[in-house]
Write a protein that binds this ligand. Structure first.
Ligand code: PMP
Ligand code: GLN
Length: 385
């Protein structure tokens, strides 16, 4: 095995392996039920898999256009027009990406200059900070207030400086399962009005919003949409996280810059799945079905845990349920999830992993995107604690 012979200066000195990889590996090692990393343990719809097969066999196996297969971009434009009344140009304003992670990374790479400041909200999805740092940007943290995980708009206003280039937002929010309200969007719209700040809006859980609440997409707010890269992920919406396919929308000026970077980061995305998704998206009713599916799972999860010593935090969206475990243990959240995995056979994510300084509020995250049988087995174990 060769060994690199020189001292190595890391571009990301404080970054290790993601908590999702770490906890899934620990779950596998101990044969635990994996409610840590967010992905469904049930399969994608059979029709979608049949379409993938059909399009691979039909010879759609060479490079797709750099911006995405036209039929898929058309389906995306029709979707956002129907759901949010948003008009996006199929050719100039929509790009298919290799997952939301790549869309966010690319938006940052294309739009953030060295020394620019980018505001993110803690607890923060783990890819945002490193994406900014790799471009020489400065990450500025706005805390969602604990408990409740609400944005404090006066505090955000104080963080904005002439160097603020971008604000990355995420509703429904991973890891907390909270959603932003119309009032939040209006506050943000007012804050950025006279600036050249770009918004990156991570809306990968857009269809998982519960109890009749409405997803407040940036696409509904002209003062935000005019300066936004809006990202959604087919992985979440069609139970195909392993396909790593997503899309983003932006006004043409921003999208032109985005594509300059996109073409050299991946150039283009897996072709047969684009054709399959384009065909599948024309079927009506999927988003309502998806919401009902996950709301049902959330309700089963909460109902069972309501009789336990875990304290349930609100879950308004996403497929994550956060809980406090203070009545069970005084351990730190990492120690607790490790013991939960090893000794009780259920893996979860410590929410401290989403804070740059590891702030530990005694909160852990469970993913309930699991089959009824998996949930039943996991809940049996959790309610005994
Ligand atoms: N943003 C958030 C908030 C997520 O939860 C995830 C995935 N769980 C992503 C981005 C990445 O999505 P993708 O797998 O499409 O890259
Ligand atoms: N976003 C998923 C989660 O929050 C995991 C994605 C990943 O493993 N990088 O669990």
């Amino acid at each position: 095995m060769p060994t690199y012979p020189r001292p190595l200066s890391s571009r990301l000195p404080h970054v290790g392996t993601t908590i999702f990889t770490v906890m899934s590996a620990l779950a596998n090692e101990h044969g635990a039920i994996n409610l840590s990393q967010g992905f469904p343990d049930f399969d994608a719809p059979a029709d979608l898999l049949a379409l993938l097969n059909e399009h691979a066999r039909a010879g759609h196996n060479q490079y797709a256009p750099m911006t995405g297969v036209p039929a898929l971009r058309e389906a995306i434009a029709a979707k956002v027009a129907a759901l949010y009344g948003a008009q996006y140009d199929v050719d100039a304003e929509i790009t298919v990406t290799a997952g939301a992670t790549q869309a966010i990374f690319t938006a940052v790479a294309a739009l953030v200059h060295p020394g620019d400041e980018v505001i993110v909200f803690t607890p923060v999805y783990d890819s945002y900070g490193p994406s900014i740092e790799l471009q020489g940007g400065k990450v500025v943290y706005a805390d969602l207030t604990v408990p409740g995980y609400r944005p404090d708009w006066d505090a955000v206003a104080r963080l904005i400086t002439p160097r603020t280039r971008m604000i990355i937002i995420n509703s429904p929010h991973n890891p907390t399962g909270t959603i932003w309200t119309a009032e939040d969007m209006v506050r943000l719209e007012a804050l950025v009005r006279d600036t050249d700040i770009v918004i990156v809006s991570d809306e990968v859980y857009e269809h998982m919003v519960y109890d009749q609440a409405r997803h407040e997409s940036v696409l509904r707010y002209p003062g935000l949409a005019e300066r936004a890269v809006v990202v959604s992920s087919f992985g979440k919406t069609y139970h195909v996280t392993g396909w790593k396919i997503a899309y983003c929308l932006a006004p043409r000026e921003l999208m032109a810059e985005f594509r300059k970077a996109h073409q050299f980061i991946v150039f283009t995305v897996h072709a047969p799945s684009q054709y399959a998704l384009a065909a599948f998206m024309s079927k009506p009713g999927w988003y309502e079905q998806l919401k009902a599916l996950y709301q049902g799972k959330r309700d089963i999860f909460r109902q069972a845990l309501s009789g336990s010593r875990f304290e349930l935090l609100p879950c308004q969206g996403t497929y994550f349920q956060c809980v406090k475990y203070g009545a069970i243990s005084e351990e730190g959240d990492r120690a607790f999830v490790e013991r939960l995995t090893r000794e009780h056979g259920v893996a979860a994510i410590p929410v401290s992993a989403f804070y740059p300084n590891g702030d530990d509020h005694g909160v852990i995250r469970f993913c309930f995107a699991k089959s009824a049988t998996t949930l039943e087995k996991a809940l049996e174990r959790l309610i005994r604690l």
